[in-house]
Design a protein around this ligand. Structure first.
Ligand SMILES: [Zn+2]
Length: 241
Protein backbone atom coordinates (compact mmCIF):
# COMPACT_ATOMS: atom_id res chain seq x y z
CA UNK A 1 0.00 0.00 0.00
CA UNK A 2 1.39 3.41 -0.99
CA UNK A 3 0.52 6.23 1.38
CA UNK A 4 3.01 8.74 0.02
CA UNK A 5 2.11 11.20 -2.72
CA UNK A 6 5.03 11.94 -4.98
CA UNK A 7 5.67 15.50 -6.06
CA UNK A 8 8.51 16.31 -8.43
CA UNK A 9 9.68 19.86 -7.85
CA UNK A 10 12.82 19.80 -10.02
CA UNK A 11 14.42 17.39 -12.44
CA UNK A 12 16.46 15.78 -9.68
CA UNK A 13 14.24 16.46 -6.69
CA UNK A 14 11.10 14.80 -5.35
CA UNK A 15 9.13 15.13 -2.19
CA UNK A 16 7.01 12.33 -0.82
CA UNK A 17 4.03 13.69 1.03
CA UNK A 18 2.65 11.44 3.73
CA UNK A 19 -1.07 10.77 3.37
CA UNK A 20 -1.67 7.83 5.69
CA UNK A 21 -4.05 7.78 8.64
CA UNK A 22 -1.31 7.54 11.26
CA UNK A 23 1.61 9.82 11.98
CA UNK A 24 4.65 9.88 9.71
CA UNK A 25 6.71 12.64 8.12
CA UNK A 26 7.11 13.94 4.59
CA UNK A 27 10.33 12.77 2.94
CA UNK A 28 12.44 14.49 0.27
CA UNK A 29 14.91 13.10 -2.22
CA UNK A 30 17.66 14.45 -4.43
CA UNK A 31 18.27 11.76 -7.03
CA UNK A 32 21.42 11.03 -9.04
CA UNK A 33 23.61 13.58 -7.30
CA UNK A 34 26.31 11.61 -5.47
CA UNK A 35 29.16 9.85 -7.17
CA UNK A 36 29.28 6.07 -7.06
CA UNK A 37 26.74 3.29 -6.88
CA UNK A 38 24.32 4.97 -4.48
CA UNK A 39 23.69 8.43 -5.87
CA UNK A 40 20.49 9.46 -4.05
CA UNK A 41 20.21 11.67 -0.99
CA UNK A 42 17.15 11.08 1.19
CA UNK A 43 15.90 13.52 3.82
CA UNK A 44 13.74 12.30 6.73
CA UNK A 45 12.82 8.73 5.77
CA UNK A 46 10.28 8.61 8.62
CA UNK A 47 8.83 5.67 10.50
CA UNK A 48 9.19 1.99 9.67
CA UNK A 49 5.62 1.41 10.91
CA UNK A 50 3.40 4.05 12.46
CA UNK A 51 1.09 3.78 15.48
CA UNK A 52 -1.81 2.41 13.43
CA UNK A 53 0.36 -0.23 11.77
CA UNK A 54 0.83 1.39 8.38
CA UNK A 55 4.03 0.18 6.69
CA UNK A 56 5.61 3.61 6.21
CA UNK A 57 9.00 2.49 4.94
CA UNK A 58 7.47 0.01 2.49
CA UNK A 59 5.22 2.80 1.27
CA UNK A 60 8.15 5.14 0.67
CA UNK A 61 10.03 2.36 -1.10
CA UNK A 62 7.06 1.71 -3.42
CA UNK A 63 6.42 5.41 -4.04
CA UNK A 64 10.04 5.79 -5.13
CA UNK A 65 9.78 2.70 -7.33
CA UNK A 66 6.86 4.29 -9.14
CA UNK A 67 9.20 7.18 -9.97
CA UNK A 68 11.80 4.73 -11.29
CA UNK A 69 13.98 5.16 -8.20
CA UNK A 70 15.29 2.49 -5.84
CA UNK A 71 15.68 3.10 -2.14
CA UNK A 72 18.68 0.74 -2.34
CA UNK A 73 20.42 3.52 -4.30
CA UNK A 74 20.29 5.97 -1.39
CA UNK A 75 23.86 6.76 -0.34
CA UNK A 76 23.22 9.50 2.20
CA UNK A 77 20.36 10.04 4.65
CA UNK A 78 19.93 13.44 6.25
CA UNK A 79 17.60 13.71 9.23
CA UNK A 80 16.22 17.05 10.36
CA UNK A 81 15.87 15.78 13.93
CA UNK A 82 15.91 12.55 15.89
CA UNK A 83 12.21 12.05 16.62
CA UNK A 84 11.01 8.55 15.67
CA UNK A 85 8.61 9.75 12.98
CA UNK A 86 11.58 11.20 11.06
CA UNK A 87 14.52 9.03 12.06
CA UNK A 88 13.31 5.50 12.79
CA UNK A 89 13.72 4.16 9.24
CA UNK A 90 17.16 5.75 8.68
CA UNK A 91 19.29 2.98 10.23
CA UNK A 92 17.18 0.29 8.58
CA UNK A 93 17.97 1.78 5.17
CA UNK A 94 21.56 2.58 6.10
CA UNK A 95 22.35 -0.94 7.33
CA UNK A 96 20.94 -2.51 4.21
CA UNK A 97 22.59 -0.10 1.76
CA UNK A 98 25.76 0.70 3.72
CA UNK A 99 24.72 4.31 3.28
CA UNK A 100 25.70 7.20 5.52
CA UNK A 101 23.48 8.96 8.01
CA UNK A 102 23.89 12.52 9.19
CA UNK A 103 22.30 14.95 11.60
CA UNK A 104 23.57 17.87 13.68
CA UNK A 105 25.91 17.32 16.62
CA UNK A 106 23.43 19.06 18.92
CA UNK A 107 20.72 16.60 17.88
CA UNK A 108 23.02 13.61 18.12
CA UNK A 109 23.95 14.60 21.70
CA UNK A 110 20.29 15.06 22.56
CA UNK A 111 19.35 11.73 21.03
CA UNK A 112 22.02 9.93 23.05
CA UNK A 113 20.73 11.68 26.16
CA UNK A 114 17.05 12.01 26.98
CA UNK A 115 15.98 12.11 23.33
CA UNK A 116 15.86 8.36 22.91
CA UNK A 117 13.22 8.05 25.64
CA UNK A 118 10.78 9.34 23.06
CA UNK A 119 11.15 6.00 21.31
CA UNK A 120 9.68 4.21 24.33
CA UNK A 121 6.86 6.73 24.53
CA UNK A 122 6.01 6.28 20.86
CA UNK A 123 6.72 2.55 20.90
CA UNK A 124 9.20 2.91 18.04
CA UNK A 125 12.30 0.91 17.17
CA UNK A 126 15.35 2.62 18.69
CA UNK A 127 17.92 3.28 15.95
CA UNK A 128 21.49 2.44 16.97
CA UNK A 129 23.30 3.84 13.97
CA UNK A 130 25.82 6.55 14.73
CA UNK A 131 26.02 9.37 12.22
CA UNK A 132 28.97 9.22 9.88
CA UNK A 133 29.45 12.98 10.16
CA UNK A 134 27.67 15.86 11.81
CA UNK A 135 25.94 18.64 9.96
CA UNK A 136 26.97 22.16 10.81
CA UNK A 137 25.33 25.41 9.95
CA UNK A 138 26.57 26.49 6.52
CA UNK A 139 26.91 25.26 2.97
CA UNK A 140 26.77 21.61 2.04
CA UNK A 141 27.62 20.47 -1.50
CA UNK A 142 26.17 17.19 -2.64
CA UNK A 143 27.85 15.43 -5.54
CA UNK A 144 30.26 16.59 -8.16
CA UNK A 145 29.05 17.11 -11.74
CA UNK A 146 25.36 17.22 -10.84
CA UNK A 147 26.21 19.25 -7.78
CA UNK A 148 23.45 20.44 -5.50
CA UNK A 149 24.43 23.21 -3.10
CA UNK A 150 22.28 23.39 -0.03
CA UNK A 151 22.45 25.52 3.05
CA UNK A 152 22.13 23.86 6.44
CA UNK A 153 20.42 26.02 9.04
CA UNK A 154 20.30 25.20 12.72
CA UNK A 155 16.69 25.72 13.72
CA UNK A 156 16.19 24.50 17.30
CA UNK A 157 12.99 24.85 19.29
CA UNK A 158 11.02 21.73 18.40
CA UNK A 159 14.13 19.67 19.18
CA UNK A 160 17.49 21.08 20.36
CA UNK A 161 19.46 20.21 17.22
CA UNK A 162 16.78 20.49 14.54
CA UNK A 163 18.07 21.56 11.16
CA UNK A 164 16.37 22.97 8.09
CA UNK A 165 17.70 22.71 4.54
CA UNK A 166 17.55 25.54 2.04
CA UNK A 167 18.20 24.95 -1.64
CA UNK A 168 18.63 28.46 -2.97
CA UNK A 169 18.84 27.53 -6.64
CA UNK A 170 15.27 26.17 -6.66
CA UNK A 171 14.03 28.21 -3.67
CA UNK A 172 13.14 25.05 -1.76
CA UNK A 173 13.05 24.98 2.03
CA UNK A 174 12.77 21.73 3.99
CA UNK A 175 11.77 22.88 7.44
CA UNK A 176 11.41 19.65 9.43
CA UNK A 177 9.04 20.28 12.34
CA UNK A 178 9.76 23.99 12.74
CA UNK A 179 6.91 25.38 10.67
CA UNK A 180 3.80 23.86 9.05
CA UNK A 181 0.86 25.27 7.13
CA UNK A 182 -0.94 27.46 9.70
CA UNK A 183 0.92 25.77 12.51
CA UNK A 184 4.30 25.24 14.14
CA UNK A 185 6.22 22.38 15.73
CA UNK A 186 5.30 21.40 19.26
CA UNK A 187 7.66 22.47 22.03
CA UNK A 188 6.23 20.42 24.90
CA UNK A 189 8.35 17.32 24.27
CA UNK A 190 11.78 16.95 25.96
CA UNK A 191 14.27 19.41 24.46
CA UNK A 192 11.56 21.78 23.20
CA UNK A 193 11.88 25.56 23.61
CA UNK A 194 9.23 28.09 22.52
CA UNK A 195 11.72 30.98 22.47
CA UNK A 196 14.17 29.05 20.31
CA UNK A 197 11.35 28.03 18.00
CA UNK A 198 10.38 31.67 17.59
CA UNK A 199 13.98 32.61 16.68
CA UNK A 200 14.17 29.72 14.22
CA UNK A 201 10.94 30.79 12.53
CA UNK A 202 12.26 34.36 12.29
CA UNK A 203 15.42 33.02 10.68
CA UNK A 204 13.60 30.89 8.09
CA UNK A 205 11.17 33.69 7.24
CA UNK A 206 14.11 35.78 5.90
CA UNK A 207 14.70 33.32 3.05
CA UNK A 208 13.41 33.62 -0.49
CA UNK A 209 11.20 30.50 -0.70
CA UNK A 210 8.95 29.19 -3.45
CA UNK A 211 8.37 25.70 -2.03
CA UNK A 212 8.23 25.09 1.69
CA UNK A 213 8.26 21.40 2.53
CA UNK A 214 7.16 20.99 6.13
CA UNK A 215 7.81 17.83 8.12
CA UNK A 216 4.06 17.20 8.23
CA UNK A 217 1.25 18.52 6.07
CA UNK A 218 -1.41 20.30 8.08
CA UNK A 219 -3.08 20.98 4.74
CA UNK A 220 -3.53 17.32 3.80
CA UNK A 221 -1.34 16.06 1.00
CA UNK A 222 0.20 19.43 0.25
CA UNK A 223 3.38 21.40 0.68
CA UNK A 224 3.30 25.20 0.91
CA UNK A 225 3.83 26.35 -2.66
CA UNK A 226 4.19 29.88 -4.01
CA UNK A 227 6.17 32.73 -2.53
CA UNK A 228 3.06 34.64 -1.50
CA UNK A 229 1.57 31.70 0.34
CA UNK A 230 4.89 31.01 2.08
CA UNK A 231 5.19 34.65 3.17
CA UNK A 232 1.59 34.75 4.41
CA UNK A 233 2.15 31.55 6.32
CA UNK A 234 5.20 32.97 8.11
CA UNK A 235 3.21 36.08 9.00
CA UNK A 236 0.38 33.94 10.33
CA UNK A 237 2.44 31.57 12.44
CA UNK A 238 4.49 34.40 13.95
CA UNK A 239 1.28 35.63 15.57
CA UNK A 240 1.10 32.61 17.83
CA UNK A 241 4.69 31.73 18.65
ZN1 LIG B 1 9.42 15.99 15.60
Amino acid sequence: MVYHRSLRLAENFYCYIWQGMGNNCNASLWCHVLRGKRPHVLVDPGHIHDEVGEACLDSLTEAMNKDGLNIEDVGLIIVTHSHPDHFEAAPAIAERNKSLVTLSKEEDDFYHGIGNRLYEVFDAKLPHTSPFFHLKEGDLSLGTSNKVNIQVLLTPGHSPGSISLYWKEEKVLISGDVVFWNSVGRTDLPGGSPSQLRSSIDKLSQLDVEYLIPGHSTEPGKIIAGKQKVTQNFQMVKMFV
